[in-house]
Design a protein around this ligand. Structure first.
Ligand code: ATP
Length: 349
């Protein structure tokens, strides 16, 4: 078990900054997710922790060891990648046992450890098969078992679900969560999928262009995004963001007026609110605009409306029906609104 600490960690290639001054303490047993769009530096951060990428500046600590100069094999961590990296000529059993052989773990422990790992990911019926005779989900479980069998200090997982179809992704995600509950091994998990991040993480690190944007529990990030980047990355659909002006606690823009907002932040702002915090207004609402599309989701109906030049999403009851072009009145409580500085995007209320 291990705590992992990153102190002022940066990665540069010539003039390009891949990761900029990353600071974080990852607690022992924590499940930490690095989340962000393609190219934001997640994989580079992970590879630096694994020792596969040299760091340009800073310190990485695993437990009480400074590991900057340690070879990957000496860092006592197991990695699981999106491509499974299985040996095609070995059976499932032999694939899972492989790390024990490499590490010269005494032979008499192999069978028990392989079987324990296989049991955890429900692979017992497949132990004699070769990878070619397995589904993608089963292959990924072999990769997981091979990581587990080593009983490492930490797991590093880089988009382990991205080659699986949507249904398998959900069940394998649940399996990873359950595994972490059972093993409690410190885990760093990279994804660009905010739902994976929200469902798996104790804490999420949201990154953009090599820079950490926010670190927090899934609910902190959802309820109080630090800036418009995080607001627009988390949630399904993402938070609605509308440019306008605020004066004496009243936000106005084309087709929208919200009273009762915090006082003292007058000027150009970006207002944020979530689709699920809006509802149909009985009488006068905060938004009045024509409907752009109506999408039936089954459990709800999603309206989109053009407000101040932006399409905003409004989640209403499953039985609501309307035509494109109908005018709708929408209520948004001031307490559900987020305010961001229009120039920097930083949260101001
Ligand atoms: P993805 O989800 O697409 O894997 P990511 O967030 O994991 O993206 P990284 O792979 O960490 O992103 O890459 C971060 C940035 O660093 C990218 O812009 C990438 O092009 C750049 N980069 C990565 N490796 C190198 C390298 N060896 N030389 C130069 N630039 C690199």
């Amino acid at each position: 078990m291990a705590q992992i600490r990153l102190k002022n960690v940066s990665k540069r290639w010539n003039n390009f900054i891949g990761v900029d001054n990353f600071n974080l303490d990852i607690a022992d047993q924590e499940f930490l997710v690095l989340l962000g769009p393609s190219g934001c530096g997640k994989t580079t951060t992970m590879r630096m922790i694994a020792g596969l990428e040299e760091i340009t500046e800073g310190e990485i600590w695993i437990g009480d060891r400074l590991v900057n100069k340690l070879e990957p094999k000496d860092r006592d961590i197991s990695m699981v990648f999106q491509s499974y990296g299985l040996y095609p000529n070995m059976t499932v059993y032999e694939n899972i046992r492989f790390p024990l052989k490499v590490r010269k773990v005494p032979q008499d422990q192999h069978d028990e450890r392989v079987m324990k790992a296989a049991r955890m990911v429900e692979l017992e019926p497949f132990l004699d098969r070769r990878p070619a005779a397995l589904s993608g989900g089963q292959r990924q479980r072999v990769a997981l078992a091979r990581a587990i069998v080593r009983e490492p200090n930490a797991f590093l997982m880089d988009e382990p679900l991205s080659n699986l179809d949507a249904k398998l992704r959900v069940s394998t995600r649940a399996q990873i969560k359950n595994l972490h509950h059972a093993l409690k091994t410190t885990t760093i998990y990279v994804t660009h999928d905010q739902i994976e991040a929200m469902t798996l993480a104790d804490r999420v690190v949201v990154m953009n262009k090599g820079v950490v944007q926010q670190v927090g529990t899934p609910m902190e990030i959802y309820d109080r995004p630090a800036n418009t980047f995080v607001a627009s990355f988390i949630g399904s659909p993402a938070m609605n963001l509308v440019a306008g002006t605020i004066s004496k606690g009243v936000f106005t823009s084309e087709g929208i007026r919200i009273e009762g907002l915090p006082q003292g932040v007058d000027g150009a702002v970006t207002l944020g609110f979530r689709a699920e915090d809006a509802s149909l207004a009985e009488t006068e609402g905060q938004i009045e605009a024509p409907i752009y599309t109506v999408e039936l989701l089954g459990e709800a109906t999603m309206l989109s409306m053009r407000v101040a030049g932006e399409l905003v999403s409004i989640k209403v009851g499953k039985d609501y029906r309307a035509e494109i072009g109908d005018r709708a009145r929408i209520a948004i409580p001031a307490s559900a609104c987020h305010l961001f500085d229009q120039a920097s995007g930083t949260r101001i209320g």
